[in-house]
Design a protein around this ligand. Structure first.
Ligand code: CAA
Length: 258
């Protein structure tokens, strides 16, 4: 496995655990983190032994944002000219599912990366926020859009305009996180959930992820049609025959991934 400086990558059965590892900067996301994460996620996507990833940080911070010290001296020409942050779009194109396991601060880019994942499991210590306005800027990695989709306009607008943080309970009520677990159990629970997903037929997992994501890009009627076509397509797989035979024969399915 590749050697990284700012992330740790570990395989636990069919689940890949990726841990952001810049404790001195509360896992602030700089260019090196992005490059290493993109490399690790591309390797994960290609590795047939791996079915789902977990992205996590430390107990204190999932990530406290994009690296302010890296951005501080940049001007418009640098940012616009290099399309700063555009690389994160590649992270969102990871085809297999990624669960964000968030403890502590998920602020600015940290909150945005958590929202780029397929769902968020939160420790009871998690805190979410988009405080960029306090730095006289704004979210730049999709936060204004994904937060508005996740929690609606009222909360998204208040958070972006004031920088107020949401705790885990509020985030769960608002629909930002799928569920809350005690901080000490976060990694085990996230890895167990990832292993459950990794135990499903791989093509069905890809199709389910793709169709739920389509709900955020398409009209309802197009989204429903897209879903139905993918559903039809799954009837061309060996695993559909196996899955339904296994149900009828009251046994566990054995997947070929075809
Ligand atoms: N970038 C760079 N360094 C950061 C950082 C960030 N986003 N967040 C924390 N750090 C660094 C601090 O500078 C500090 O480093 P030094 O020890 O060298 O001074 C170290 O991490 C520890 O941080 P604190 O001493 O501040 O820790 P704390 O416990 O007192 O406070 C905190 C924690 C409330 C999260 C505070 O660190 C904080 O407010 N961080 C910035 C949050 C923020 O504004 N995030 C948005 C960034 S902009 C962005 O993300 C743009 C975008 O849309 C992508």
């Amino acid at each position: 496995m590749a050697e990284y400086e700012t992330i740790l990558v570990e395989q636990r059965g069919a689940a890949t655990l990726v841990t952001l590892n810049r404790p001195q900067a509360l896992n602030a996301l700089n260019g090196q983190v992005l490059d290493e994460l993109l490399h690790a996620m591309a390797a994960f996507d290609k590795d047939a032994s791996q079915g789902c990833a977990v992205l996590t940080g430390s107990a204190k911070a999932f990530a406290a944002g994009a690296d302010i010290k890296e951005m501080q001296a940049q001007g418009f020409a640098d940012m616009y000219g290099h399309d700063f942050f555009a690389g994160w779009d590649r992270f969102t194109r990871t085809r297999k599912p990624i669960i964000a396991a968030v403890a502590g601060y998920a602020l600015g880019g940290g909150c945005e990366v958590a929202m780029m994942c397929d769902f968020i499991l939160a420790a009871d210590t998690a805190k979410f926020g988009q405080p960029e306005v306090k730095l006289a800027v704004s979210p730049g990695m999709g936060g204004s859009q994904r937060l508005a989709h996740a929690v609606g306009k009222a909360k998204a607008m208040e958070m972006c305009l004031t920088g107020r943080m949401m705790d885990a309970a509020e985030a769960e009520r608002a629909g930002l996180v799928s569920r809350i677990v005690p901080a000490d159990d976060l990694i085990d629970e996230a890895v167990k959930t990832a292993q459950t997903i990794a135990g499903m037929a791989p093509l069905a997992v890809l199709a389910n992820k793709e169709m739920v994501n389509a709900a955020f890009e398409m009209s309802l009627s197009h989204g429903v049609q897209f879903e139905r076509r993918l559903f039809h397509g799954l009837f061309g797989t060996e695993d559909q025959s196996e899955g339904m035979a296994a149900f009828v024969e009251k046994r566990a399915g054995v997947w070929s991934g075809r």
